[in-house]
Ligand binder design. Structure first.
Ligand code: FMN
Length: 334
């Protein structure tokens, strides 16, 4: 099996769980890690917040736990602030610092960070230089193909960032102008792969095992990253990693085992956020588990309502246990 070596940090497989704000919190990453994702990345952390935050709060928020390697993604545009934030992340145990040059959100690009940095290569390089100068751990970058169709500069920028010393690059095959519309252009990522000799991770629209084969084939990338395809399926990146090695297609936990997974995820969310916040934070995840269970749409709607409109944690726990049987019957009927 090929190993991805990120500046000395060696991965056991080729499939990374994408950073997703509001989704890939510590409870979700821990599950994905345990199910065999080769690497998981924190939600983006504003460099400014990290630089101003209290370390104990941050430790809890980021939640290293047994996650290894522990990757913290930073977003920001001020080199010195990003360097300061990176030092704090390293002190909190980060094995790798990833810099966000891909986020399309107006509140991020409006602050001229995220994918807006692809329009300011000199600033992007300045940030990398400052962060690399501040920490001993490898520094990586996640980007899009470019700002818009007329400016797909990912290959050129990736090469310049490699010269500045980054250890890996991840490319989401859309431009910033596309946000999440259209298709991820897996073939374009091959231009980035050709431009650099550091590992390249390809990202965008991997929902099935065949997509995983497709993105690796079209891009020639060293590995792939899965975001939305893991919603309601924290086991999926690990299953894809095993699929790449062995061709085996795991279906993931079903029936009572699915209910066990949901129950564990639920308890972890409640203890991570506390009950009040946790009840709300869990809803989207429970909704995704329902969506993925192959139920009749009207039946799925009833379950979603049960999970999402209930303010009593014990009632939700009981519903999760009952859901196991419904999901089992749906899987049997499929
Ligand atoms: C809700 C949501 C939040 C995201 N947050 C981040 C983030 O914090 N940092 C980042 O680099 N990308 C973020 N992304 C982009 C994903 O990492 C990924 O590049 C994108 O979803 C395409 O991959 P996919 O088709 O596998 O989901 C986010 C995407 C979504 C849908």
């Amino acid at each position: 099996m090929d190993t991805i070596n990120i500046g000395g940090v060696k991965l056991k497989g080729r499939v990374v769980l994408a950073p997703m704000s509001g989704i890939t919190d510590a409870p979700f990453r821990r599950l994905a890690h345990r199910f065999g994702a080769s690497m998981v990345v924190s939600e983006m952390v504003a460099g400014h917040d990290l630089a101003n935050g209290r370390p104990d709060t941050l430790r809890r928020t980021l939640g290293r736990g047994d996650i290894s390697p522990f990757v913290v993604q930073l977003a920001g545009r001020e080199p010195q602030l990003m360097a300061h934030a990176a030092r704090i992340a390293e002190d909190l145990g980060a094995d790798i610092i990833d810099i966000n040059m891909g986020c399309p959100a107006k509140k991020v690009t409006g602050g001229l960070s995220g994918s807006a940095l692809m329009r300011e290569p000199n600033r992007a390089l300045g940030i990398v230089a400052a962060v690399r100068g501040a920490v001993c751990v490898p520094v990586t970058v996640k980007m899009r193909t470019g700002w818009n169709d007329q400016n797909r500069n990912a290959p050129v920028l990736a090469r310049a960032l490699e010269a500045e010393g980054i250890a890996m690059i991840t490319v989401h095959g859309r431009t910033r102008a596309q946000f999440y519309k259209g298709k991820s252009d897996w073939s374009f990522i091959a231009h980035v792969k050709a431009a650099v000799s550091i590992p390249v991770i390809a990202n965008g629209d991997v929902e099935t095992f065949d997509d995983a084969t497709g993105i690796l084939g079209a891009s020639g990338a060293d590995g792939l990253m899965i975001g939305r395809g893991s919603q309601g399926r924290p086991w999926f990146p690990g299953a894809v990693a095993r699929f790449i090695d062995s061709g085996q297609r795991d279906t993931g936990p079903r029936g009572p085992r699915l209910a066990d997974l949901m129950a564990e995820h639920y308890e972890n969310i409640l203890s991570h956020y506390g009950i009040a916040l946790g009840l709300r934070a869990a809803r989207k995840h429970l909704g995704w588990y329902v969506e993925r269970a192959g139920l009749e749409p009207s039946v799925a709607r009833t379950w979603r309502a049960e999970f999402c409109q209930n303010d009593d944690a014990n009632a939700v726990r009981a519903a999760i246990a009952r859901f196991g049987n419904a999901a089992h019957n749906a899987a049997e009927a499929a």
